[in-house]
Design a protein around this ligand. Structure first.
Ligand code: ABT
Ligand code: MG
Length: 138
């Protein structure tokens, strides 16, 4: 089934100059870009986006990190998009990420792990709609 996922190149990935390399890896892996922009999340945006983690001890640091600079937000389309994209980015902790994955190549730590990928079709739709209007999807 052809479907969609949502991704962000996080502030560390942008700061470290990895946008081009990460996008190259994504498109070379067969994902089509449906929507994309450089944007910065406000504190309220990050608290809402990561709302499922609001009781976790790392929530404050996560919100600080995700708002400290611009991100690249994008909607991607491919057969089996959600699962295949999670495979491409690798484990949440880059120390555990498989060789050649985006986090193994470009992420420094579990708290600053370079890239986000939706964890379900339902969340992909919610997260895509959080960042993009219908007119921004192609
Ligand atoms: P995301 O793609 O950012 O959602 O990461 P992933 O789905 O791989 O991992 P989850 B569990 O959703 O982590 C969300 C963010 O919280 C950070 N985190 C997570 C920590 O800082 N410490 C922890 O112990 C855990 C479990 C990592 C994720 N992102 N950032 N940035
Ligand atoms: Mg997650």
């Amino acid at each position: 089934m052809t479907n969609r996922t949502f991704t962000m190149i996080k502030p560390d990935g942008v700061e470290n100059g990895h946008v081009g390399a990460i996008l190259e890896k994504i498109t070379a892996s067969g994902f089509r870009i449906v929507a994309m922009k450089l944007t910065q999340m406000t504190t309220a945006d990050a608290q809402e986006f990561y709302g499922v983690h609001k009781e976790r001890p790392f929530f404050g640091e996560l919100v600080e990190f995700m708002t400290r600079g611009p991100i690249v937000a994008a909607i991607l389309e491919k057969e089996n998009a959600v699962a295949d994209f999670r495979t491409l980015i690798g484990a949440t902790n880059p120390a555990e990420a498989a060789e050649g994955t985006i986090r193994a190549l470009y992420a420094a730590s579990v708290g600053e792990n370079a890239v986000h990928g939706s964890d379900s079709d339902e969340n992909a739709a919610i997260e895509g709609a959080f960042h993009f209007s219908g007119r921004e999807m192609f």
